[in-house]
Design a protein around this ligand. Structure first.
Ligand code: CP
Ligand code: NVA
Length: 318
């Protein structure tokens, strides 16, 4: 039996600008329905399998609550409580899990692992974070930016508002940074990156075609200058805990503070995917201050992922 063509969402570059425009519009509608308690059961009787090989708060709650709100159900698996932790091959796990569910979300280590899972899956697979990418987070971040700074005449998020804008990335050249670089290439904005030496972004790992959409700065103040959005992330990502002490020393000057926000655009926003460490990558004054939109950003994970799950299973429906 031949398998139907399926789409996966393994990295930001899996979708086009036009698909993102649709997803942002759809997420805005879905959010409105959520806020007014309007029933929206587009995925009734569908099941999402969620596989976590790393810890999570936001990703789990947003996918789990989101799927129930769409009328579906979820199965939650971790390495510790499944055969994944006892060395069952990822290919075999994919074949089995995807025969019983309609959609799979995975949070794991190497990107290569999620690709192997997807290659053996009968159903769409979503990247819930790998060492290399975190596409669902950037989807939420962009939607949040547009809600605050890019609503079109009809009141819906207009990705054209991103064109020509500058995002300052301060910190590790990690999964979030790589995903920002992909988003910039697709949606036409610039990323100004400042990382400590030894933690630079790598264009090959980021999977971008050209270096035109990003610029590297030694001094984080220079990266933040005139930026429309300033963003950062933990100094030590999950899986790199053994480097914690060495990173604390290397990253000491990469803390987003009020001085950095002061050189950005006067109406610049601050974002952080969370969890945050006040006094390390960001000061309390900034993350809890008036330019910070981190709580909207976290909430929006759910709304954009509901749009994403619908899209992968049903295509364009609105
Ligand atoms: N931002 C994010 O992915 O958070 P969690 O690790 O809590 O899922
Ligand atoms: N870069 C962080 C993001 C956590 C949501 C990590 O990979 O741990």
């Amino acid at each position: 039996m031949s398998l139907p063509a399926i789409r996966h969402y393994l990295q930001f570059s899996d979708f086009t600008a036009d698909e993102y425009a649709y997803l942002f519009r759809r997420a805005a509608l879905i959010k409105k329905k959520f806020k007014t308690y309007e029933k929206h059961h587009t995925l009734a009787d569908r099941t999402l399998a969620m596989i976590f090989e790393k810890a999570s708060t936001r990703t789990r709650v947003s996918f789990e609550a989101g799927m129930y709100q769409l009328g579906g159900s979820v199965v939650h698996l971790t390495t510790g409580d499944s055969q994944l932790g006892r060395a069952e091959p990822i290919e075999d796990s994919a074949k089995v899990i995807s025969r019983m569910t309609d959609l799979v979300m995975i949070r794991t280590y190497e990107q290569e692992k999620i690709e192997r899972f997807a290659a053996n899956s009968r159903v769409p697979v979503i990247n819930g974070l790998t060492n290399e990418f975190h596409p669902c987070q950037i989807l939420a971040d962009l939607f949040t930016y547009l809600e605050h700074r890019g609503l079109g005449a009809d009141g819906t998020p207009d990705p054209e508002a991103l064109r020509g804008k500058t995002v300052a990335w301060v910190g590790d050249g990690n999964n979030m940074a790589n995903t920002w670089l992909q988003a910039a290439e697709i949606l036409g904005f610039a990323v100004h990156v400042s990382t400590p030496s030894g933690y630079e972004v790598d264009q090959a790992v980021a999977g971008i075609r050209s270096g035109d959409s990003y610029k590297v700065f030694k001094d984080p103040m220079d990266a933040c200058r005139d930026a429309h959005l300033v963003t950062t992330d933990v100094w030590t990502s999950m899986g790199y805990e053994a480097e914690n002490e060495q990173r604390r020393q290397a990253f000491a000057d990469w803390c987003v503070d009020e001085a950095m926000m002061a050189v950005a655009q006067p109406d610049a926003l601050f974002m952080h995917c969370l969890p945050a460490h006040r006094g390390e990558e960001v000061t309390g004054d900034v993350i809890d201050g008036p330019q910070s939109v981190v709580w909207d950003e976290a909430e929006n994970r759910m709304h954009v992922q509901k749009a994403l799950m619908e899209y992968l299973l049903l295509g364009r429906i609105g």
